[in-house]
Write a protein that binds this ligand. Structure first.
Ligand code: SF4
Length: 524
C-alpha cells in the first residue's frame, strides 16, 4: 500500500491547485508512522549494500534525471531513475510538463514500486525531471520527496537536487525575513525561494543569481512549463552529465543524469559533463549555457570509491578504471602473501580484481551476496539485529577452508560490520584473514550530501590502524594511501578532488553544521 503526492492535475469541476502543499491525493492508504520511517531507513541501508543497521554503509543522497524533447518523457525519466536506484531508495518522484501544465507525482519507496504503468501514464508531456532520494537534511518524509514543485513570482518551477547546501540556515532566516513561506524542510527549496525573491528580470538570470548565493554541493535539474535547466555547484562535488538521443525526424532529445549508466538504458549518447559553475538551459530552440560562477573543482572522490556504479563515467573517468587501479595500487602498497583475493560484494569487487591482477594471487568469490534480501523481509527490526550481515552474505566454505584470504572492501565506518565479516571468513575455515581497504581511513564526516556518522562514531577518527586491526580481529589491515587514491581516480584527467572525509580539510566554509547533521545524530 503506497501513498503518493500528486500535484498539478486538473480535476473535473475544480481549478487545478498549483501550490506544493495543495492538491495531494491519497490514492491508497499507509500511515507514515515513525516505525515505518525507521523500517524504511533500515531497508534502505540493506538495499544499498552489505552492512547492518548499526553500522550502515555511507549513503549517497540522491540521483537526478531530466529529459527534454521526447514524446514519452516521464517514462524515459523512469528508466533513468531505475538505473540510478543505488543513489537513494527512500523516495522517488517524477514531474512532467507539456508546455502548459506541469504535473508531479512522488512517493516513498523504490522507483519501480511507485511508478507503475498507470501512474507513469498520468505524467504527460515532452519534458520531465526525476529524483530518487535518501535524505540527509529535512525530515525523512513524503513532504520532502522530490521534485519539489513551487509556484513562484517567476512562474511554476520544479526542482530535483543532489547534494547538500551548507549555508542553508542563514539563507532560510534571511528569506523568511523577506516573506518567504517554506513548504518543506528540504534545503533544495531554498534555491527555489531564492529564485522567487531574486530581483533579476528573466528566469535564467534569477536562477544564476540564486545559485551564486548558495554554498555547498548541488547538482540540480529544474523544469518550468516549457524549459529544462541543469546546473552544478562551482566545486562540482556531485556528478551530472549531459547526453543526447538522436532523432532522425526532428530535434534530438537532450538528457541529463547523475551518472552515465542511466544513458545506457535510454540509448542516449554521452556528450559531456555539466561543468562546475555551469548553468545549461534547454528550450525548443536548443541548448544554451552560461558559466554563472568561476569553477573551483573539488569533486567528491568517494563517488569513485563507492557510490557511483562501475559502468558509469563520472568526472571524465570510468569508475571501473578508477576502482581497478585502486586495487592495483593497494597491492603495490600493502602486499601480503596469501592464497586468494576475495571481495566483499558488491562494492569491493572491482578493486579486488585490480588487487588480484597486480599481486598475481587468484581472485575468487568467497563471499556470496543474497541479492534478494529486500525491503519486505526486514520489517521487524529485531530480526535484522539477530541476523546482521549473515542475512546478506554467506561464505563459500570449500573456497575459504584452509586458505589464507585477502579480503577487499571499500571502507570501514564504525568497524562492527568489518568485524562480523572477518569472523565469518575465519569461521568458514580460513587460516589467515588480511583486510585491505581501497581508500584511506575515514576520519571526518561529510557535509556535502553523504550521510556519515559524527566523528566520535568513526572508528578511524579515534583509533590507530593497529587498534582497528585488533578490533576487527584481522591478521593484518591496510588502507590505500591518499596519494594512491588520488592517482587512481584522476587517470590523467587533471581532476581536483574533495578528500575531506580522509583529511578533515573542507573545501568550503561550513557555516551551519548543526543544520546539516543527520536528524538522528542531531537529536542524540
Ligand atoms: S567529504 Fe568525502 S564523501 Fe563528502 S564530498 Fe568530500 S570526499 Fe565526498
Amino acid at each position: 500500500m503506497r501513498r503518493l503526492v500528486i500535484e498539478g492535475f486538473p480535476r473535473a469541476g475544480a481549478k487545478a491547485r498549483s501550490s506544493y502543499s495543495g492538491d495531494s491525493a491519497r490514492l491508497k492508504s499507509c500511515p507514515d508512522t515513525k516505525a515505518n520511517l525507521r523500517s524504511a531507513a533500515i531497508a534502505a541501508s540493506a538495499v544499498a549494500g552489505i552492512s547492518d543497521p548499526e553500522d550502515p554503509k555511507l549513503r549517497e543522497e540522491c540521483g537526478v534525471v531530466a529529459i527534454h524533447g521526447h514524446p514519452d518523457a516521464a517514462r524515459q525519466v523512469y528508466l533513468g531513475l531505475y538505473a540510478l536506484q543505488h543513489r537513494g531508495q527512500e523516495s522517488a518522484g517524477i514531474a512532467a510538463a507539456d508546455g502548459t501544465h506541469l504535473s508531479n507525482i512522488k512517493g516513498m519507496g523504490l522507483v519501480s514500486e511507485i511508478f507503475t504503468d498507470d501512474v507513469i501514464a498520468r505524467l504527460k508531456g515532452a519534458m520531465a525531471i526525476g529524483h530518487t532520494r535518501y535524505s540527509t537534511t529535512g525530515d525523512s518524509a513524503l513532504l520532502n520527496a522530490q521534485p519539489i514543485r513551487v509556484e513562484s513570482t517567476k512562474g511554476l518551477i520544479a526542482i530535483a537536487h543532489n547534494g547538500n547546501l551548507v549555508n542553508l540556515g542563514n539563507l532560510r532566516v534571511q528569506l523568511e525575513r523577506q516573506g518567504a513561506f517554506f513548504q518543506t524542510t528540504s534545503d533544495s527549496e531554498i534555491i527555489v525561494q531564492l529564485i522567487a525573491h531574486s530581483e533579476a528580470t528573466t528566469l535564467v538570470d534569477a536562477i544564476a543569481d540564486s545559485l551564486r548565493q548558495v554554498e555547498g554541493a548541488f547538482s540540480i535539474v529544474m523544469m518550468t512549463r516549457d524549459r529544462i535547466f541543469a546546473a552544478r555547484d562551482p566545486h562540482g562535488f556531485r556528478p551530472l552529465s549531459m547526453g543526447r538521443i538522436h532523432n532522425p525526424d526532428g530535434p534530438d532529445t537532450v538528457v541529463f543524469a547523475s551518472e552515465t549508466c542511466a544513458f545506457d538504458l535510454l540509448r542516449a549518447k554521452y556528450e559531456r559533463d555539466v561543468l562546475p559553475g555551469e548553468l545549461i538551459m534547454v528550450t525548443g530552440d536548443g541548448v544554451t549555457s552560461r558559466q554563472y560562477a568561476p569553477p573551483n573543482q573539488t569533486s567528491c572522490i568517494f563517488e569513485h570509491v563507492y557510490f557511483a556504479r562501475p559502468d558509469s563515467r563520472i568526472f571524465g573517468r570510468w569508475v571501473q578504471e578508477s576502482r581497478e587501479e585502486m586495487g592495483r595500487q593497494l597491492a603495490r602498497e600493502s602486499h601480503v602473501d596469501a592464497d586468494l583475493v576475495v571481495p566483499v560484494p558488491d562494492s569491493g569487487v572491482t578493486a579486488a580484481i585490480g588487487y588480484a591482477a597486480e599481486s598475481g594471487i587468484p581472485f575468487r568469490f568467497g563471499l556470496i551476496r543474497n541479492h534478494y534480501v529486500g525491503r519486505t523481509f526486514i520489517e521487524p527490526e529485531q530480526r535484522v539485529r539477530d541476523f546482521g550481515v549473515k542475512l546478506k552474505l554467506n561464505p563459500v566454505r570449500n573456497l575459504l577452508e584452509g586458505r589464507r584470504i585477502i579480503l577487499i572492501d571499500d571502507s570501514i565506518i564504525r568497524g562492527t560490520t568489518s568485524r562480523k565479516i572477518v569472523r565469518m571468513v575465519r569461521q568458514a575455515g580460513a587460516t589467515e584473514v588480511h583486510l585491505r581497504i581501497s581508500c584511506p581511513p575515514t576520519i571526518s564526516p561529510c557535509y556535502y550530501g553523504v550521510d556519515t556518522p559524527r566523528k566520535s562514531e568513526l572508528i578511524a577518527a579515534n583509533n590507530s590502524i593497529e587498534e582497528i586491526r585488533q578490533y576487527i580481529e584481522a591478521d593484518s589491515l591496510a588502507y590505500l594511501s591518499l596519494d594512491g587514491l588520488r592517482n587512481a581516480c584522476d587517470g590523467g584527467e587533471g581532476n581536483r578532488f574533495c578528500v575531506a572525509c580522509y583529511t578533515g580539510e573542507y573545501p568550503t566554509r561550513w557555516v551551519d553544521v548543526e543544520d546539516i547533521l543527520p536528524a538522528e545524530v542531531a537529536v542524540s
